[in-house]
Design a protein around this ligand. Structure first.
Ligand SMILES: CC(C)(COP(=O)(O)OP(=O)(O)OC[C@H]1O[C@@H](n2cnc3c(N)ncnc32)[C@H](O)[C@@H]1OP(=O)(O)O)[C@@H](O)C(=O)NCCC(=O)NCCS
Length: 127
């Protein structure tokens, strides 16, 4: 079973939510995601793209409930990002024989991501 997912988010909305709720970043993002974003000039831009990536993966896998820490964006910045799954999401994609690929984008105002769920044998073939 393959799947595709897409999500868009205004960067200002992410910034406002983070400002309003100081614990939100911890709830949504792994330590690695938070550290990578904090090292960039405009962290909310990269966090917004990573939140979109998580939502895109949720759509691609048709998950009904999910823990944001179990879908982690690694890499990105100067190179292609990848998804690292853990916990229930990892168990589910292993059981289904899938792998997940993601691509991120951001403009001044908006961040977005698209995700593909593919047969595990196709890993690295998508671009
Ligand atoms: C990679 C590239 C397409 C990004 O395009 P862009 O319009 O500048 O940026 P976008 O907003 O669309 O995408 C940014 C995201 O792309 C991702 N990205 C960066 N490099 C990437 C690559 N080589 N492949 C796939 N995705 C990449 C990152 O996740 C980044 O988001 P992040 O900084 O939050 O992690 C563009 O820089 C490019 O064409 N580069 C040519 C290849 C190149 O320069 N390679 C560098 C080493 S030689």
């Amino acid at each position: 079973m393959t799947g595709v997912g897409i999500d868009l988010l205004e960067i200002d909305r992410m910034q406002a939510a983070l400002d309003r709720r100081p614990r939100l970043a911890e709830r949504l993002f792994t330590p690695g995601e938070r550290e990578a974003a904090a090292a960039r000039a405009r962290p909310a831009q990269h966090l917004a793209a990573r939140f979109c990536a998580k939502e895109a993966v949720v759509k691609a896998l048709k998950l009904e409930s999910w823990d944001p820490h179990e879908i982690e964006v690694v890499g990105g910045g100067d190179g292609p990002p990848a998804i690292r799954v853990s916990g229930k999401v990892e168990a589910l994609i292993t059981q289904r024989g899938l792998t997940v690929e993601v691509s991120l984008t951001h403009s001044r105002d908006t961040a977005g991501a698209v995700a593909l769920a593919l047969p595990a044998a196709a890993r690295g073939a998508a671009c």
